[in-house]
Each structure stands twice: as C-alpha cells, then as structure tokens.
Design a protein around this ligand. Structure first.
Ligand SMILES: Nc1ncnc2c1ncn2[C@@H]1O[C@H](COP(=O)(O)OP(=O)(O)OP(=O)(O)O)[C@@H](O)[C@H]1O
Ligand SMILES: [Mg+2]
Length: 334
C-alpha cells in the first residue's frame, strides 16, 4: 500500500530546466521524510507539486490517499504547508493571522481564538501577538508562518526549510513541536539544509540533485555508504597546515580535506584509537601544535558532500544574494 505521501515519476520542466526529472517518493504514515539537496535541486518544486500549487508535466502523486492531480481541493483540506517564503499577511497582527487561518478552516470563532493563543505561546510570540506582522523580525515571521501551518493538525504536513533563519533556541523548540506532531500520527515531509536537523528528525532521507533522487535511506545507511571513520585535526597556526598534511598523508585512506580558515584537516582512516595515538605522536615529533584532534564517524555533511560534490553550508553561504532557484523563479514570473 502506498504511504501517506506517494509520488511516481514526477517531471516538471521550466524552459530548459528539468526541476524534477522523474522523482519517486513513498513516505509511510506517521513518519518524517527529510528531503535534502543543494540549492536549485528541486526541493521546493517537489513540495509545490505535492501540495497542489504546481502541476507536474507528468507523473503521479497521492497524498493522504487522495490523487493530487484529480482532486486538488480535497488534498488541500488534508494537508498543512509551511513554505520557504512565508505566507503571512503583513498588515494583520500575529494573533489575527492565526485566527484568520482557523476561520478559513471553518473553526468557530472561539476555537480559532483558543488555538491562536496556544500557538502564540508555543512559538514565543505571545508578547508580540498584537503587533502587525510587518514589524516582526525574520525569525518571528518564520515562526508565525509555522504556527499558521499548525492551526489545524492535518494528517500530512509539508515544511519547506522550516528552521532556516531561526536562532538555536527557537530551532530546538520547533524540533520539539515537530516531534510531538509526529508522535500524534502526522506524516511530514521536510526540506532542510541543516543536515543535523534531518539527522535528528527524519526517519528516512532522500537526497535530490538536478531533479533526480541520488540517494535514499536512513541517516545511518547513508553514513555507512560514505565509509568509516576519519581523523580531524585543528592545528594551532596556519603555517602548520602543510606539515600536518604531510603527516596525515602517511595514515589516510583517501583525500585530505583542508579548511584553511578554521585550520582543520580531515582524512578518512582505518585503525581507530590506536592509529589516532600514532598520529598524535607523529604530529608532536614534527612540532605541529594541535588545538583539537579526534576520531569521528562521517556526519550527514560528509554524506552530502560526497554525493553532491559540495557542502550544504556552502550552499547556504552562497545565499547572500538571491539563490539560483529564486532567480529562476523571478524570471519566469515576469
Ligand atoms: N517558477 C519557476 N520558473 C522557472 N524556473 C523555476 C521555477 N521554479 C523553480 N525553477 C527552477 O527549478 C529548479 C529547482 O528549483 P527549486 O526551487 O525547486 O530548488 P530548491 O531545491 O528548492 O532550491 P533552494 O535550496 O534554493 O530552495 C531551479 O533551477 C529553479 O531555478
Ligand atoms: Mg527551495
């Protein structure tokens, strides 16, 4: 039986760009799928197709047991969506925004008020509840948008980069809200650039790039694919990077990654703690001062880099200006 979110062969092109190039997904009920991929991979496009906002060129999708292409209105009634670009009304207060959503979903005025108050509390917006959303900071807007998506607790939720721009405390709180939702039976598809978030929340992970699924599995399965442990060294001074590199070259089982501004070198190894002790002795003999050294398992970041050829964080850093995806979108809307 297909899961609560099911897609087969989704294709969506924008001119020459194949934003989705045959995507299959199957998310069992009550689980979280983390959809990962670099900027422009097709994540938002997939979310838009599955939430009826965009028609695919071909393929099928079934959400909450309902055919997305045949019965979009019914699908809309069964899902919640929090988008990458917040959908709050700037001229309403936080409280009014949430009540309005409740009323759109046919709640009584009283229930809508009660739910709005709960959510304002839960998302740390109670103090700002009666200010217009226009005066909110970026993080506050994002929280209001998420709260709006949770006014009714739909069986299937989509969250496109829910915690981008949230500070660590608010991110942690949102994780708790998400865990509660899922414990209550909600199925969630979440896109994120924070791999730690996917690691923490997602039962299954699907990595896409150029509109295609390039890997899927649990976080542990993906890490196992990337290979064993690595030694990570932070040297005390920049001029010690090269000597450290030549030491590590004698122990490594693969390419040495160097991050010059953090003075960090990372190399895949086999041999565990015994090898680590040898590396430390060797570095010491060559006079390389160490700020930090350790043995660690691959992180989801390592997986991401090995699969897509670049880091998610780097992709984020590139977002100082509009992303490729935004640019594409703006152009097509003109
Ligand atoms: N409305 C549109 N018109 C033209 N091109 C579009 C449109 N929407 C998306 N694209 C293009 O489709 C591709 C996938 O975009 P999408 O927004 O799905 O990426 P994404 O994975 O969500 O990226 P990001 O991490 O930056 O949010 C990009 O090349 C983008 O430019
Ligand atoms: Mg996106």
């Amino acid at each position: 039986m297909p899961g609560a979110i099911y897609a087969e062969g989704l294709v969506k092109t924008f001119g020459d760009v194949r934003a989705l190039d045959g995507v299959d997904l199957d998310v069992p009920e009550g689980t979280v799928l983390g959809l990962l991929g670099p900027n422009g991979a097709g994540k938002t496009t997939a979310v838009r197709v599955l939430t009826t906002l965009l028609r695919p060129d071909s393929g099928q999708a079934v959400v909450a047991g309902i055919d997305v292409l045949k019965y979009p209105d019914e699908v809309r009634r069964s899902i919640g969506l929090s988008g990458q670009f917040a959908a709050v009304d700037e001229y309403l207060t936080g409280r009014e925004n949430l009540r309005m959503v409740g009323q759109l979903y046919q709640m009584s005025g009283r229930d809508a008020k009660k739910r709005a108050d709960q959510l304002l509390e839960r998302f740390n917006l109670a103090d700002a509840a009666d200010r217009t959303a226009k005066t909110y900071s970026g993080g506050m807007r994002r929280r209001l948008d998420l709260a709006a998506a949770l006014v009714v607790s739909p069986p299937v939720m989509f969250m496109d980069e829910p915690t981008t721009g949230l500070d660590p405390r608010n991110r942690q709180q949102l994780w708790e809200v998400i865990q509660d939702l899922v414990a209550g039976g909600t199925t969630l598809l979440l896109t994120t650039q924070y791999l730690e978030e996917a690691d923490h929340l997602a039962h299954d992970i699907c990595v896409i790039d150029h509109g295609k699924v390039i890997a899927r599995g649990t976080s542990d399965q993906l890490k196992a694919r990337t290979g064993g442990e690595r030694v990570e060294v932070v040297v005390h001074r920049s001029d010690q990077i090269e000597p450290a590199r030549s030491v590590l070259a004698g122990y490594g089982k693969g390419e040495i990654a160097v991050s010059p501004h953090t003075r960090k070198l990372t190399v895949p190894v086999t041999g565990g703690a015994k090898l680590l002790a040898e590396v430390i002795r060797d570095l010491d003999t060559r006079g390389v001062e160490i700020d930090d050294i350790g043995l660690r398992r691959p992180t989801l970041d390592d997986v991401f880099i090995s699969l897509t050829g670049h880091a998610a964080e780097q992709a984020k850093a590139d977002e100082a200006g509009p992303t490729e995806a935004d640019r594409g979108r703006k152009e097509s809307e003109r």
